[in-house]
Design a protein around this ligand. Structure first.
Ligand code: G3H
Ligand code: 13P
Ligand code: ZN
Length: 303
């Protein structure tokens, strides 16, 4: 069971009360690291690309790689559009064989978010492509953080028919999190789950592990003001009802650390494969660490 609709994974995770890792990629090294880690852990997984990743690599390369290798893996996995900002990007993803999309219209007024998300659902549902939507905004994305209102989440899901919801619960993208509060708003996750019983998604979930930040700085980098979500908070968020956990920054940190290290230690190397291999291995390690944290190892057997 290789490339599947995100809906199958969302529903299984919701039914059995666990979370699946969702990892961003924009090149071969990240994609291979994610799929191999998930296969070794026997874990279902989302591989996802943002609009920026699509602009960087070209959607033909990103979707082409996934479709070329889809039968090599036994685990169920979805190719997901992360933070699609327009119907045009969603259509592009549909044309390139994505099996899941996120429409992120959460910066728009509520009624407009409902309208755009409903339109995306009407395009995707007949094709069996799952739709994730967002309510509220992450720290730092707008002048003021707006956390998701659980009552509004219920109304939103009823009116749009989206398969999964990413409610803003106090996290942020990037290397600096929990600036406005000391922990995720767990009660908000719990209440949203109680009212909707829908698959819920946590964005901005990277741990920003100290060893990688320090390692990067040790080998000549300058990463300051780094603070992630502690592992125990991720565990608790899953217990409260999160079913998909998005991680990008931790992969970037692992990759950059390994690159800096090899370049510093092997000064005569000019073969990119010798430079990229250890970086790919480090990304694989961090993906495995996340999968184990989410306790989604072995869950492929549920499908
Ligand atoms: O949305 C989550 C990402 O971490 C940001 O990715 O730089 O590809 O837009 P991006
Ligand atoms: P991080 O920046 O915490 O890895 O979040 C990634 C994310 O939410 C992608 O959608
Ligand atoms: Zn995100």
């Amino acid at each position: 069971m290789p490339l599947v609709s995100g809906r199958i994974i969302f529903d299984k995770a919701n039914e059995f009360g666990f979370a699946v890792g969702a990892f961003n990629f924009s090149n071969l090294e990240f994609l291979k690291a994610i799929l191999e880690a998930a296969e070794e852990e026997e874990a279902p997984v989302f591989v996802q690309t943002t609009e920026k990743a699509i602009r960087y690599a070209g959607i033909e390369y990103l979707s082409g790689m996934v479709h070329a290798v889809k039968d090599r893996y036994k685990i169920p996995f979805a190719l997901h559009l992360d933070h699609g900002k327009s119907i045009d990007t969603v259509l592009l993803a549909i044309r390139h064989g994505y099996t899941s999309v996120m429409i992120d219209a959460s910066d728009k007024p509520y009624e407009e978010n409902v309208k755009i998300t409903s339109e995306v659902v009407s395009l995707c549902a007949p094709l069996g492509i799952s739709v994730e939507a967002e309510l509220g905004n992450l720290e730092g994305e707008e002048a003021e953080t707006r956390l998701a209102d659980p009552e509004q989440a219920k109304d939103f899901l009823l009116r749009t028919g989206a398969d999964a919801l990413a409610p803003a619960v106090g996290t942020a993208h990037g290397i600096l999190k929990l600036r406005e509060r000391s922990e995720i708003d767990f009660e908000r996750i719990k209440r949203t789950k109680e009212l909707t019983n829908a698959p819920l998604v946590l964005h901005g979930a990277s741990g920003v592990y100290k060893e990688y930040v320090e390692g990067i700085n040790l080998y000549g980098g300058l990463v300051k003001e780094a603070k992630g979500i502690p592992d125990d908070q991720i565990k608790r968020a899953v217990e409260m009802g999160i079913n998909k956990v998005n991680t990008d920054t931790d992969l970037r940190l692992a990759f950059t650390y390994a690159l800096r290290k090899i370049l510093a230690e092997e000064k005569s190397t000019i073969d990119p494969r010798k430079i990229l291999k250890p970086a790919m291995e480090e990304v694989k390690e961090v993906v495995k660490r996340k999968i184990r944290l989410l306790r989604s190892s072995g869950k492929a057997s549920l499908f």
